[in-house]
Design a protein around this ligand. Structure first.
Ligand code: PLP
Length: 404
């Protein structure tokens, strides 16, 4: 009997497992619409010009490779917090925001979860976090691993392929006061359905009234509308209403820094003393997890955000990525009609950000994979970033064939 005989083969990751299957597929026109990573119109991974320019400058500066501080470099943290919060409620000017660099969005959520598990006064015994249904599949294991129980609130309306605003408000209202509520700041994953500014106002009023703790997952700032301020509207509005949200940022999508693993966790507090105490506790947690964060991605982000020209270039480049995705939404709807589909696909254009929640059933998805070599998650989520001028017609034909 071997030492590890009891260890069973685990299931593949629902998203990254798809990429593995895609890589093994030898069909020449295969399409990967699984992973949420931007592709250019040639279907190739895209490195932003502002990033390449920042890297040149970093190379020329002959920087050393010493450890970063536990919480990451200050020029990175200051610029990151400013990008997310701007001057909302004067929180940054008053020194009452703690920002730590994180191992991208995933790491930021995980550190937030560990902090909440240790310090938040949960109103419920099993320490619940409330997640929209559906949500990014990784939210569940991340919070479970922190000893926090994932529970759900209504979000998506299957009938309209839009927001179930009434259901969401009713569910948030029913929760015990002081519950922890996760909100996608923009470009909700997987649905691509966001509340309108007016709906955000109502959500904020209710969350404040119920004294819930808002935890914003902001993985797509700039990517939803192409405008960083517009995409941060909800986060800043909550701050302006006097709430103290957690805001988790990722630079994977908006700067295309997927593999650099750079992001940040911001905690808005009431005063600098609290901010300092929270920072000290986060540092203790981070030290035990991975000691200190990787330096290269943080240097790129700091260089871009702190230089006027590179910052302006970033805004332009993010806008161009968002625009390409929007134009593919339009093309896909047009091609579906051309292919002869009589179904209503207008939600593809109404939804926003990297994903389209197509409404395809699990069986239809299976057929797309096995017959057409088009890979997407079984909940029917299409990564619009993988759609290009070269494959949109093929995709539309296949979607029509499996739904006709
Ligand atoms: N949150 C959401 C909603 C996401 O979609 C993703 C990535 O797909 C992440 C967080 C985390 O990504 P990363 O760890 O690359 O920043």
């Amino acid at each position: 009997m071997s030492l590890w005989a009891h260890v069973q083969q685990g299931p593949p990751d629902p998203i990254l497992g798809l990429t593995e299957a895609y890589n093994k597929d030898t069909f020449p026109n295969k399409v990967n619409l699984g992973v949420g990573a931007y592709r250019d119109d040639e279907g190739k991974p895209h490195v932003l010009q502002c990033v390449t320019e920042a890297e040149k400058r970093l190379l020329d500066a002959h920087l050393n490779k010493e450890y970063a501080s536990i919480q990451g470099p200050k020029d990175f943290r200051d610029a990151s917090a400013k990008l997310a919060l701007a001057d909302a409620d004067n929180a940054l000017a008053e020194g009452r925001v703690t920002t730590v660099q994180s191992i991208s969005g995933t790491g930021g959520l995980r550190v937030a979860g560990i902090f909440l598990a240790q310090f938040y006064n949960f109103p419920n015994k099993d320490r619940a976090i409330y997640l929209p249904t559906p949500t990014w599949s990784n939210h569940l294991p991340i919070f479970r691993a922190c000893g926090i129980e994932p529970r759900t609130y209504s979000y998506y309306d299957k009938n309209t392929c839009g927001l179930d605003f009434k259901g969401m408000m009713q569910d948030l209202d029913k929760l015990e006061n002081g519950s922890v509520v996760l909100l996608h700041a923009c470009a909700q994953n997987p649905t691509g359905v966001d509340p309108t500014p007016e709906q955000w106002h109502e959500i904020a009023t209710l969350i404040k009234q119920k004294n819930h703790l808002p935890v914003f997952d902001m993985a797509y700032q700039g990517f939803a509308s192409g405008d960083y301020d517009k995409d941060a509207y909800a986060v800043r509005h909550f701050c302006e209403q006097g709430m103290l949200p957690f805001v988790i940022q990722s630079y994977s999508k908006n700067m295309g820094l997927y593999g650099e693993r750079v992001g940040a966790l911001n905690v808005v507090t009431t005063d600098p003393q609290q901010a300092s105490a929270i920072e000290s506790q986060l540092k203790i947690m981070i030290r035990a997890l991975y000691s200190n964060p990787p330096i290269h991605g943080a240097r790129i982000v700091a260089t871009v955000l702190n230089d006027n020209d590179l910052h302006a270039l970033l805004l332009k480049e993010t806008h161009a990525m968002a625009d390409r995705i929007t134009s593919m939404r339009t093309r896909l709807v047009e091609e579906l009609a051309k292919a002869g589909s009589k179904l209503d696909w207008s939600h593809i254009q109404r939804q926003i950000g990297m994903f389209c929640f197509s409404g395809l059933t699990e069986q239809e998805v299976q057929e797309l994979i096995s017959t057409y070599h088009i890979y997407l998650t079984k909940n029917g989520r299409i990564s619009m970033a993988g759609v290009s001028s070269g494959n949109v017609e093929y995709l539309a034909h296949a979607m029509h064939a499996v739904t006709a």
